[in-house]
Unconditional design. Structure first.
Length: 291
């Protein structure tokens, strides 16, 4: 049986593992440095032939795209954790329950990456002709859509509200809320922009589910996504807490006190839950060692 591992925060980390994602980061950085050095050395050695002059924007854009990817990977692998003091500071916004404020760091890094890729594809489209122009134009259209989508995400930071009656989640897709008794399942899956999320599925007969949809490129759905990375909360501990609150009415009363639940930060408290809540979560994942 495979030993539990820290919960991945991105699809790349889920595919390659924690160490594999770090290796990918270093390889991307090495490639960016090598391409930048080669381009700089070629520019100093001699001017490009006139036939290659139109390729200069593309040649310059390639290392820039690599650097943008490096920045995004660095932001998603070096996660700053949200502490109890930060949650307490946001508590005044709620008469009951707690508010976990999200961060925009990785969304802004992703915006820089896809925006740079879009610019690269647009430049390639206008500096090539024939079939290459069509191919680059198609890529440019996709990158522009991704840039608009990520721009919407950056304008709407995620946040999570937990209170005795239910939960509310704000993301760039929508603002949604549901009461605990109307939650059907909570699964770990891939969300938008390659982020791994906790997807709260609402029961088909639910009457308490409310959502305000804002995104033009995604299909409406009767669920809401909670993204541990942007919230700065360990995904394993957060998943255990949500599963507990959804199944145990007595446990929800700790949300009414206004104090930050210890289970969001303390692995011992988080795993001291009924078997049906802890498994299979702790069979697959363990709290992350990252601070």
């Amino acid at each position: 049986m495979r030993a539990p591992r820290p919960m991945p925060t991105t699809r790349l980390e889920a595919l390659l593992g924690r160490h594999g994602a770090v290796v990918a980061l270093w390889l991307s950085a090495a490639l960016a440095v090598a391409l930048s050095a080669l381009l700089w050395g070629a520019a100093l050695e001699r001017p490009l032939a006139s036939s290659l002059a139109s390729m200069v924007p593309i040649l310059v854009s390639i290392p820039i795209v690599c650097w943008a990817f490096v920045v995004f990977q660095l932001v998603t692998t070096r996660v700053r954790r949200t502490g109890p003091a930060q949650i307490s500071a946001a508590r005044d916004a709620l008469p009951h329950g707690i508010l976990i404020p999200g961060r925009r760091g990785h969304t802004l890094a992703l915006l820089a990456a896809v925006g740079t890729a879009a610019a690269f594809c647009v430049i390639a489209t206008v500096t090539t002709s024939g079939g290459w122009a069509i191919a680059w134009g198609s890529c440019a259209a996709l990158c522009v859509i991704a840039t608009v989508s990520t721009g919407i995400a950056a304008a709407h930071p995620r946040r999570l509200i937990l209170h005795p009656n239910g939960l509310g989640s704000a993301s760039f897709l929508s603002d949604a809320a549901v009461q605990w008794h109307d939650i059907e399942t909570i699964e770990f899956t891939e969300g938008a922009a390659g982020m791994m999320v906790l997807r709260v599925h609402v029961a088909p007969t639910a009457t308490s589910f409310e959502s305000v949809w804002r995104h033009p490129f995604f299909r409406r759905k009767k669920s809401l996504d909670v993204e541990p990375l942007s919230l700065g909360i360990d995904g394993t501990l957060l998943w255990l807490a949500l599963r507990l609150y959804a199944t145990d009415p007595a446990a929800r009363q700790e949300l009414a006190s206004g104090r930050t639940p210890a289970r969001l930060f303390d692995p011992v408290t988080a795993t001291a839950v009924p078997f049906a809540v802890a498994h299979p979560v702790i069979d697959v994942f363990r709290p992350s060692p990252r601070s």
